[in-house]
Design a protein around this ligand. Structure first.
Ligand code: ME8
Length: 509
């Protein structure tokens, strides 16, 4: 089966931070997991480069928008690589293929009578690139008016094309009814449904007061509203408007991962645009929560913005990936704390998993002539551990289908803890003199349990789990879930063991 997963495309108004890296890593884990399950995966990420917000940032940097976006887009591309993302494509909205797709979508909407020319008068927040109704505004300091997000708003009055969003209200509600899983978590679904029930007004989809955008076909005085442009990226990358493109079979996307701040655009506007153009809406939109830093909102003015590259340099990529997905149930907000990260590294990675592997592998190296022992008829305890391990992939799969990363990891750690209890109880080091065949049998059980654990953890920690599978002698072409059904041959040579997760020792300085 095919699986198409996306991250939001990130604004290039500033450098990437840990919030961006978070959604990218989450999408990467799902993409890698689906590949491990044998699906045909297309994983897309990229940058959102048009609009007033980016235009202003370019001006502030003293650069023309194209040179500015070229520079910042490169930083996002690098972030994607540093975070170990296995994306199949990286889209930039300034690319010709994307402008072509935007124009084609616009034309389809126009041909179907979904667009009309009018005059927009109302509030706009550049920081959110969003229009707000008077009734949505909140009071800011000194009686100023702010968007519900806290962004400043300005009054805009200009000729504008409109999308007949109001006509889609009932069809959207029917769509949410027919697809109860379309928006998740449930709190976000409720938010979306009540927003639509409260009544939709037509949406302004073009601007005339600045130039940095995709020109409206046939009326170049207008540029397209940046959100219409941005959302289109998901079909551009699948080959739109060429429906014979080899990637088009990936559409509709199976999952758009987005931050909770942009759920309205993805769960209301986007399916409405698509249905209005006669295209299938995405299957699911899942919103992640927000990270704060040591309990404080991340902001440039507080100077506490976390650079993902610094975090990875300090703690290592896999520890950061593990922490981000283990610490907070996906969908909830979380606080990024160095103490909590170090704690998880030392307790769960170095101690629980690292030591288990190290103990098992060094006993195999020393007392089994560095080769894999044969499977012996299992005792009840052997069978309990082996059958729990065998059931693990299905449990992880079930959790990941619910986008519940922390639950998936908890399932893995149940096996890790069970294997630790098993090794302590069996004490293979003591069996070495009393019952060598039993020692070999116990080590084989541990190797098999570790193989399952390392296999299912690959999407989360590709580098270290690759090394663990190397040490377990698992051939590179036998690391997907299907391969687990075939036992490794007895007598197979094992390479010298090396610690996979060193303890993190804090600098005394
Ligand atoms: O909204 N915690 O781009 P953006 C968790 N271009 N996630 C965070 C985060 C935080 N503190 N900060 C950002 C845009 N994110 C649009 C999207 S899509 C067609 C267009 C993540 O650069 C989160 O996923 O503001 C959020 O939705 C995304 O970065 C927003 O990035």
């Amino acid at each position: 089966m095919k699986f198409y997963i996306t991250t939001p495309i990130y604004y290039v108004n500033g450098a990437p931070h840990i919030g961006h890296a978070y959604t990218t890593v989450a999408a990467d884990v799902l993409a890698r997991w689906k590949r491990l399950e044998g699906h045909e995966v297309f994983f897309l990420t990229g940058t959102d480069e048009h609009g007033q917000k980016v235009e202003k940032a370019a001006a502030a940097a003293g650069l023309d928008p194209q040179s500015f976006t070229d520079r910042v887009a490169e930083q996002f591309r690098e972030m994607t690589a540093w975070m170990g993302a296995s994306n199949d494509d990286f889209i930039r909205t300034t690319e010709p293929r994307h402008k072509r797709a935007c124009a084609a979508l616009w034309q389809r909407l126009a041909e179907r009578g979904e667009i009309y020319l009018g005059e927009y008068e109302g509030w706009y927040a550049v920081r959110d690139e969003a229009f707000y109704a008077e009734s949505e505004l909140v009071e800011g300091p000194g009686g100023t008016r702010l968007a519900p997000s806290g962004a400043p708003v300005e009054w805009v009055g200009e000729p504008s094309y409109f999308f007949r969003l109001s006509a889609w209200q009932d069809r959207l509600l029917a769509f949410y009814d027919a697809h109860p899983d379309f928006v998740a978590p449930t709190s976000r679904r409720n938010e979306v449904v009540s927003f639509v029930k409260a009544g939709l007004t037509d949406l302004s989809i073009s601007r005339t007061s600045f130039r940095w955008g995709v020109p409206v076909p046939g009326d170049p005085a207008h540029v397209m509203y940046v959100w219409l442009d941005a959302l289109t990226n998901y079909i551009t990358a699948a080959g739109f408007p060429d429906e014979r493109d080899e990637l088009w079979h990936f559409w509709p996307a199976d999952l758009h991962l987005v931050g909770k701040d942009i759920i309205r655009f993805h769960a209301i506007y986007w399916p409405a645009f698509l249905m209005a153009a006669g295209l299938a809406p995405p299957k699911r939109v899942f919103a992640n929560g927000w990270w704060t830093v040591e309990g404080e909102k991340m902001s440039k003015s507080l100077g506490n913005v976390i650079d993902p590259h610094e975090l990875v340099t300090r703690y290592g990529l896999d520890a950061v990936r593990y922490f981000l997905l283990r610490e907070v149930p996906f969908g909830n907000d979380g606080s990024l704390s160095h103490r909590a990260l170090i704690n998880r590294m030392n307790v769960e990675l170095a101690n629980d998993l690292g030591n288990l592997a190290q103990r098992s592998l060094s006993l195999l190296a020393r007392h089994c002539a560095a080769s894999l022992p044969a499977l012996a008829p299992p005792t009840a305890e052997d069978s309990a551990l082996l059958s729990a391990a065998a059931a693990l992939p299905a449990r992880v799969s079930e959790a990941l289908d619910r986008v519940a990363f922390s639950e998936a990891l908890e399932e893995v750690w149940k096996i890790v803890r069970a294997a630790n209890a098993y090794i302590d109880h069996q004490a293979p080091w003591a069996l070495r003199s009393s019952d060598p065949p039993r020692m070999a049998a116990v080590l084989r059980v541990l190797a098999d349990a570790l193989r399952v654990v390392a296999t299912v953890l690959q999407p989360f920690m590709p580098g270290s789990m690759g090394r663990m599978l190397d040490q377990l002698g698992v051939p590179a072409n036998a690391r997907d879930l299907a391969a687990l059904a075939t036992p490794l041959p007895a007598g197979m040579a094992l390479p010298a063991p090396q610690a996979v997760f060193p303890r993190f020792v804090e600098d005394a300085a």
